[in-house]
Structure formats: C-alpha cells, structure tokens
Ligand binder design. Structure first.
Ligand code: ADP
Ligand code: MG
Length: 460
C-alpha cells in the first residue's frame, strides 16, 4: 500500500471518532509524508494545525495508524503549506474580517490568520490546563460555554488573582469553540486594547466599524475588564455591545482580577449585566495542583527532573502560577548550566535568591501605593492619624506586608507609617496573621497585593 492509500484508511478511522467539524478543521488537509519502522511523518498545511494535532490528537492518530499499518511508530508533524486546498467553502461570510483576503474574496481559510485575528495564542488550551479545587468550577463552566455557546451561562464572569489562569481559560474557550465549530466568529481582546480602539474610533470617526466589529461576534472573550473602571465611554459601548450580543444569543466571557461588586467606578447597569450570568472565581492552587502543573510543563518540554526537586519547587512558590513556571525555568536553566543534577537544598537556595533579588527591588513607597489603591484609602491617611476602620485596616495591611514580604525591621516599619514605636507594628502584624488564618477570601486578597507587587518588580 502506498502512503496516500494508507493515510486515507487512517483518516477514515479518525473520521469515525471525531465530529465532522473537528475532522474538517484538523485532519482533512493532512498527508502522510513518510513512514518507516520508527517514525511516521505527517504533513500539515500550517503550524497551527501541526501544533493542535500534536497536542490533542497525537494518541488518536498513533492508534489509528497502528491499526491500519500494524506498526507502533512515533509521529512527527511537518508544515507543508502546499497542502492547503485552493478552494474552501467553510465560510461564506464575505464581510468577516477573519475570512477576508486582500482581494476581498474567499480563497482559503488560513488558520494562522484566523488565529491571529481572533487574538488566540496556541499555547493556551484546555488540554494543558490543570484542574484542581481552586479552578474546578471555572473550568467546568468554561467547557459548558464551549458546548452550548450563548446558552449555558451568559456572561460567564471569571475572576481571580494575578497569574492564576484567567487568560489561559479565556483563550482555551476560544480554541475549543473554534474546534467545535470553525465557522464561529471568535475574538479575544483585553480591555486596554478595546479602549485604545475606542479612542482611535472616536478620533478617526470610525465608530461604526468599531461597533460592527464587536457586535457581529459569536463568542466575545474580554480580558481584564477591571480596567473599564472609570472609563465612561467604554462602559457605554460595552453596555450596548453586551445587549446586542446577549439578545442575539451570542456568548460573552469576561475575566477580571476582582468580582463585579468590587470594580470601582462602574455604572450600575453594567455591573448588573456582568453579574447576571455565572460568576466563578479561581483561587490559589494547592500543593498537589502545583506539582501537577510543573509535571505537565516538564512533560510538554520533554525535560526530566527528579520528583523531589519538582516538589521542592512547588513548595517554594505558592501564590502565582506564572511565578511557578518562572521558578521551574530558573531551575532548568541552572541544571543545564551546571550539567549536574540539583539537590533539594540547592533548589531552595536558588529560588530564595530569586525572591530576595525581587524583594530588594520593592520600595516602601510602592507598598503604600499598591495597598492604598487596593483599599481605596489615601496614602496620606495611611501615614496620618485617622483611625476609621478602613484606614486602620489598610495601615495594618501595609505593616504586615512590609514585614512579611520585605522583611523590614520593626523600627523601620513604624517610621514608614509614621508610628511611634514598634509594638504597634507587632500588634498589627499579629492581627493580620490571625485574619489570614480565619478568612480564606482575605488571604486571597492579600496574596493578590503581594503578587501585584512582585510582578511590578518583574516588569522592571
Ligand atoms: P492570569 O490571566 O490569571 O493572570 P494566566 O492565564 O496568564 O493568568 O496564567 C499565568 C501562567 O500560568 C500561564 O503561563 C498559564 O499557562 C499558567 N497556568 C495558569 N493556570 C494554569 C493551570 N490550571 N494549568 C496549567 N497552567 C496554568
Ligand atoms: Mg491575564
């Protein structure tokens, strides 16, 4: 049997196991380039498809190939642009920017372009999203939205601290929706981007285009909506877009670093729309989940580390998955550069050093600013004499963070908040520590403040 005949039979098997849309999208333009006893090389028309097949359908393809050829081989995916069919009938919608070519006629659906214009990054899919108690509800809701767009929960509002997977989940919804139905118009944008577009639209008098772009979507994924706070024109546009999409049964998914009730300077009608579907939060991952995330990353990058080392990394970074990935990189780089296996003690030392370097970059002023912004209390009040409950509380949080994160001496902390002596500081730190033990949602908020401080130094 020649390669083409063999491949046709393999694809016939695949076809029985996936939906017609999935088949059309991922498998219909593939070809077996070569197959020997060890390896089968599969040609795909672009990187997006090659990546998706490798990530999601590797085992399926391998099994189907083994059934037909009788050989268990490894698979490799190669990009062969010539595999793109000349004519595709997948989208008839001439007006869609996603499907338009420069001559304004449908040539072929270029998935790279589709991907780019939908704002999706192939890195973030459901397959590499680890599920644990901290994100189970959000992940299940996200999947439900893909399976029943516009019907399951609308909008789906996902919130949680920095680096906990909100963007990943939003993006995963985009990929999955397209996978289930490649004809959907899916768009991922972050709120700052949308705001810039809005200003641009006002300036150039192209508001009509701006509105059309958003109101014709089937799945609208809007990230970091907390930035809508205080932006009246954007709130107005969002409100109208929301209503149009909602009444047309289109799906909206929104991510934010806080729940709708805590976004300040937000019109009430917008707030109630945002909270009107399902509001699901993502909290900090527990130890098992952190280990699972690290193992998944290692598996993806084909790197082996002893389990004790992986556990030591998971032990060191608790509050932010982006930081966790950063810590893993630090260790992998260290192992590669020394050429020896690393000990658990050395892992701790390396990551501690990292943390210290970051801490050194955080100033007292930044802590004051971030806490003041977070609680909506002025810096002058925190350093002043007012004793109202909110001011006193923000002041205590400042003292706690200066102690816990910056590890400053008590005397220095006292002078940072203009207090007489260090017993005030000790008292404040203890009070906050107790509150942290009692109240998990308060813990999440303090973690958020910490990670946003750490992230600021990362960006420097
Ligand atoms: P957020 O938008 O909440 O700040 P991101 O979605 O950007 O966070 O996630 C930060 C990093 O952590 C990304 O690289 C993402 O892939 C990874 N990540 C977050 N949650 C998970 C998870 N549950 N499983 C695997 N990786 C995750
Ligand atoms: Mg994000």
């Amino acid at each position: 049997m020649n390669g083409d005949g063999l491949w046709k039979q393999v694809l016939d098997k695949v076809r029985l196991k996936v939906t017609p849309q999935t088949y059309e999208m991922w498998f219909s333009e593939t070809k077996l380039l070569r197959c020997d006893d060890k390896i089968g090389e599969i040609g795909c028309k672009n990187q997006y498809i090659a990546h998706a097949l490798e990530e999601r359908y590797y085992m399926l393809l391998k099994a189907c190939l083994a059934e037909i050829s009788g050989k268990e081989v490894d698979l490799a995916f190669r990009v062969k642009p010539e595999l793109a069919m000349q004519k595709r009938t997948i989208a008839e919608d001439l007006t869609s920017p996603m499907f338009r070519t420069s001559e304004n006629k449908i040539d072929e659906v270029d998935f790279n372009k589709l991907l780019k214009e939908s704002g999706l990054n192939p890195k973030y899919t459901f397959d590499n999203f680890i599920v644990g108690s901290s994100n189970r509800l959000a992940q299940a809701a996200a999947l439900a939205v893909c399976e029943n767009p516009g019907k399951a929960y609308n909008p789906l509002f996902i919130y949680g601290g920095v680096g906990l997977g909100k963007t990943h989940l939003l993006q995963a919804i985009g990929h999955k929706s397209l996978e289930l139905n490649p004809e959907l118009k899916v768009l991922y944008v972050d709120t700052e981007h949308m705001l810039n577009e809005l200003y641009e639209g006002i300036r150039r008098q192209t508001m009509k285009e701006f509105r059309e772009k958003y109101r014709r979507l089937d799945v609208f994924l809007l990230d970091d909506i907390q930035f809508i706070s205080g932006k009246e024109a954007l709130q107005e546009e969002f409100f109208n877009t929301f209503n149009t999409l909602y009444h047309a049964g289109k799906q909206m998914v929104v991510a934010s670093d806080r729940p709708p009730s805590e976004i300040s300077k937000l019109e009430e009608r917008v707030r109630s729309r945002l909270a009107g579907g399902l509001v699901a939060d993502i909290t900090v991952p527990d130890f098992e989940m952190r280990v699972a995330i690290l193992q998944k990353k290692l598996e993806q990058d084909n790197i082996a580390l002893p389990e004790a080392v992986v556990m030591a990394i998971a032990e060191c970074v608790k509050y932010n998955i982006r930081e966790l990935e950063g810590a893993l990189n630090t260790i992998v780089v260290y192992v590669r550069s020394t050429g020896k296996m690393i000990t658990v003690e050395e892992v701790k030392r390396q990551l501690q050093k990292n943390k210290k370097d970051m801490k050194r970059k955080i100033s007292v002023g930044e802590v004051l600013n971030v806490v003041s912004e977070y609680f909506g209390v002025g810096v002058d009040d925190i350093r002043g004499s007012r004793r109202t409950a909110d001011v006193a509380f923000a002041r205590q949080v400042v003292m706690y963070i200066l102690r816990d994160l910056l590890e400053l001496p008590l005397i220095k902390i006292a002078s940072a908040v203009r207090r007489q002596d260090h017993t005030t500081v000790l008292h404040a730190v203890r009070k906050i520590e107790e509150a942290l033990k009692r109240d998990p949602s308060f813990r999440t908020r303090v973690d958020e403040i910490k990670t946003s401080l750490l992230q600021k130094t990362r960006r420097l």
